[in-house]
Design a protein around this ligand. Structure first.
Ligand SMILES: C[S@@+](CC[C@H](N)C(=O)[O-])C[C@H]1O[C@@H](n2cnc3c(N)ncnc32)[C@H](O)[C@@H]1O
Length: 250
């Protein structure tokens, strides 16, 4: 059965390539609104300690820190963290830590809430992704909430398109070609970035795309309680065609 790509493939993807593809198309205001809405769902206020895991190039934790939150961003990619630090500037928050989210370098019960946004699971497969969830639970204080926002299997299947392209910043084109192995629940994507001068660069990767049912079961296995699926950060009902937002309590 095919599984997700290796950590080395992810490291090669979440690199300068990812920054070139996404950094100018981050829709800052949308990311800021999503970050604030996600944190509202965790129930954490400005006095609490928040974890943004993984934080990528800081789309969420930088505006959260500017809004007064005590937020720590963790990511495995040094390149993305450097960009996040550059965007954050000199303030006390956010704090950044480079780590694999299977082994978070924090003591038990260090945070009041955590967010995992923009499809940040599925890179490791069922067992290891469950380990990530258990690790996030370990660093949450009792009663602390994790909020996940992700693509999911129902939406992938209903809207499946084997190829499409998007116009990104500075006239760049991002072409995506996809296949989906329905038995394995693994989607394979080849992204080709074509810049204004016509230069092409491609990366291929495979990701496990979970259904809401699978993710809720994984959260339970990881020890979370009261995991609930929503169709958005405003806690609207989950539907097959909505994004998937899950809030779960330690
Ligand atoms: C789709 S990006 C989303 C990042 C961020 N949440 C955002 O919205 O921009 C997924 C992130 O997961 C990180 N990542 C992948 N595997 C990881 C691992 N094993 N440990 C920690 N971070 C990882 C990547 O470096 C990347 O920044």
């Amino acid at each position: 059965m095919p599984g997700p790509s290796s950590p080395e493939t992810w490291d090669a993807f979440f690199s300068d390539f990812y920054l070139r593809a996404y950094a100018d198309d981050e829709r800052r205001e949308e990311a800021e609104a999503q970050a604030l809405a996600a944190v509202r769902l965790t129930g954490v206020d400005e006095t609490g300690d928040l974890l943004d895991v993984p934080c990528g190039f800081g789309r969420h934790c930088v505006p959260l820190a500017k809004a007064g939150y005590r937020v720590t961003g963790v990511d495995r990619s040094g390149v993305l963290l450097d960009e996040a630090r550059r965007r954050a500037g000199a303030g006390r928050w956010p704090k950044f830590t480079k780590a694999d989210y299977r082994e978070l370098p924090f003591r038990d019960e260090s945070f009041d809430g955590a967010v995992n946004l923009f499809t940040s699971l599925g890179y490791l497969g069922d067992e290891q992704d469950t380990r990530v969830l258990a690790e996030i639970r370990r660093v949450l204080r009792p009663g602390g909430r994790l909020v996940i926002e992700t693509h999911h299997r129902d939406l992938l299947v209903l809207r499946f398109s084997d190829s499409d392209w998007r116009l990104m910043g500075e006239g760049r084109l991002l072409l995506e070609q996809r296949t989906f192995d329905a038995a394995a629940g693994v989607s394979q994507t080849t992204q080709t970035l074509i810049d204004g001068a016509g230069r092409r660069e491609s990366r291929t990767w495979s990701v496990r795309v979970y259904s809401a049912t699978e993710l809720l079961a994984m959260l339970e296995r990881a020890g979370f309680a009261e995991a609930k699926a929503y169709g958005g950060f405003d806690a609207r009902p989950f539907e097959p065609t909505s994004r998937l937002v899950i809030a779960a309590r330690r």
